[in-house]
Design a protein around this ligand. Structure first.
Ligand SMILES: [Mg+2]
Length: 173
C-alpha cells in the first residue's frame, strides 16, 4: 500500500495546529471537515472554544467547512461560525474542491484540508495535491457510513504502523 492515505501532518485536535506556520507557508484557505473534527455528533452547534478559534482564524484565512453530512447540520455550523460551507460534499470525490477553486479563484496549493478520516478527508487532499492535517475524532459516536470507513482506516493504519509511517496517538511535533 502506498502513501495515498498518509496526512502531511497529524495532531490531536484543531487547537494543536500550528496556524502561524500555515500562514508562513502562504496557505490561505482552511478547509475543515465537520463531524468529529469541528464538533461531535452530540453537538448540533459549535461550542464556545470552537467559536473563539474560528473568530481568530478568520482574521488570517478563508475558512470553509466541507462535509458529507446533510444540509441542516452543516448549515447550522456554517451560519453560527459565519463561514462558507459545503454539505453533501461527497469526499473523497474532487467536485467540492473544484467548486471552491472556481468560487475563490484559488489554487489547490493555497489550501489545507483538515479532517479526522483517512479515507475521505486525507485521501481527497492527497489526490488533489492539497496539504492535509489529520486530527483524532472528537467522540466515538459516528454515522453508520463512517463505521465502514473506520474499518478500512483500521486496516490502513495497521499497515502504516508496521512501516513506521503513522500511528494514532503518536502525534507529529
Ligand atoms: Mg469527520
Amino acid at each position: 500500500m502506498d502513501k495515498v492515505f498518509l496526512p502531511t501532518k497529524y495532531v490531536k485536535d484543531l487547537f494543536s495546529i500550528d496556524y502561524k506556520m500555515l500562514k508562513e507557508k502562504k496557505k490561505k484557505y482552511l478547509l475543515f471537515d465537520l463531524d468529529n473534527t469541528i464538533g461531535s455528533l452530540l453537538e448540533d452547534v459549535p461550542n464556545d472554544q470552537i467559536r473563539k478559534l474560528f473568530t481568530s482564524l478568520k482574521k488570517d484565512f478563508v475558512v470553509v467547512i466541507i462535509s458529507n453530512n446533510f444540509k441542516k447540520r452543516v448549515k447550522s455550523y456554517g451560519d453560527k461560525l459565519e463561514v462558507d460551507y459545503y454539505y453533501l460534499a461527497m469526499k473523497p470525490l474532487g467536485r467540492v474542491i473544484r467548486k471552491i477553486r472556481r468560487k475563490y479563484h484559488c489554487e489547490n496549493k493555497d489550501m489545507v484540508l483538515i479532517g479526522d478520516q483517512l479515507v475521505t478527508d486525507i485521501y481527497l487532499g492527497n489526490r488533489m495535491k492539497i496539504d492535509t492535517i489529520l486530527v483524532d475524532p472528537i467522540h466515538p459516536k459516528e454515522m453508520k457510513i463512517t463505521s465502514i470507513n473506520r474499518f478500512i482506516e483500521g486496516r490502513i493504519l495497521k499497515k502504516y504502523k508496521s512501516k513506521g509511517w503513522l500511528e494514532r496517538g503518536k502525534y507529529h511535533a
